[in-house]
Design a protein around this ligand. Structure first.
Ligand SMILES: [Fe+2]
Length: 294
């Protein structure tokens, strides 16, 4: 029996509101005339956000030779756009670090997977000359956020989902839709909408397993961003970082590559994967720092 969609939406509605300081900072970062001091003052009013941001700035991912000791210092070294990225990392950590039984993910595995995909997305965005690599990072980070709500339904319907995949050779998200009436992408976009995330982020979450659909349903979609997240989602699965019971049960749409301006020498999937493996030490550093392990 399909779950009652209104109950699922209720669960989305019951998710905690985003921290007021985070919302204020995100809005400030969109203002062209914002100053370092104004921004620093607001961020510094939240001790937990400040400490997480400083930890992230000092991770090997950013490779600063001298320690970043204040928010002022962080802003001047990283710039507003990257700082916005880090704020998304800080706020999503609490949600994505959890274990998800329906997907057979232990505590920390979804978080590791999300950071990996985010780093790969930023790399592919830079390689393909996408105009906003920091947005690509955030889109990769948050693509699977819907899993935090629907994993318990996936657990109940798992045998049916697998049986449908084996019979019809469809993807895991397609089977989620047929058995549950919704998939983690749709629920993820509802969460992103609740939190007033930018439209491009909402679209990339909704279509990360079906980039062709993004083009069909909405001509204004940022097809490059959706393609980057789709390709990097597949690569994250192929590299096996924090994958769960749905790992390798999605279809990579190779047509997505056509939307990206990738130099000939890095165009093949094999080449991209071998370049992305090189990023693993950065990923480990980022994951380790925010977990407070290092
Ligand atoms: Fe996904």
């Amino acid at each position: 029996m399909k779950p009652d969609i209104s109950k699922v939406v209720e669960k989305v509605d019951k998710l905690p509101e985003l921290n007021a300081v985070v919302l204020q900072v995100a809005k400030m970062l969109d203002k062209p005339d914002i100053t370092v001091n104004e921004l620093s003052k607001v961020i510094s009013s939240d001790a937990s956000l400040t400490s997480q941001l400083l930890k992230l700035c000092n991770s090997a991912h950013y490779g600063f030779s001298r320690k970043v000791t204040s928010i002022n210092d962080a802003i001047s070294k990283l710039g507003f756009k990257t700082l916005k990225n880090l704020i998304f990392v800080a706020i999503s950590h609490g949600l994505l670090k959890t274990d998800l039984k329906g997907y057979d993910l232990e505590e920390g595995q979804l978080w590791h997977n999300a950071i990996s995909c985010a780093v790969y997305c930023k790399y592919l965005a830079v390689t393909s000359h996408y105009q906003d690599p920091d947005l690509a990072f955030t889109a990769g980070l948050l693509r699977d956020i819907g899993k935090i709500i629907i994993h318990e339904y996936v657990k109940e319907g798992y045998d049916e989902i697998i049986s449908l995949i084996n019979t019809n050779n469809i993807s895991f998200s397609n089977a989620e839709c047929q058995i549950l009436g919704f998939d983690h992408c749709q629920i993820g976009s509802k969460i992103a909408t609740k939190w007033n995330f930018p439209e491009k982020l909402i679209e990339s979450i909704e279509h990360h397993h079906s980039p062709d659909q993004a083009l069909r349903v909405n001509c204004s979609s940022d097809v490059k961003l959706v393609s980057i997240v789709h390709i990097c989602d597949s690569i994250t699965m192929m590299l096996g970082t924090g994958i769960g019971s749905d790992g390798m049960m999605y279809h990579l749409e190779l047509k997505s590559f056509e939307h990206l301006d990738i130099p000939q020498q890095s165009k093949s999937l094999e080449c991209l994967i071998s370049n992305m493996v090189e990023l693993n030490s950065e990923i480990e550093a980022l994951v380790g720092f925010i977990n407070g392990n290092k």
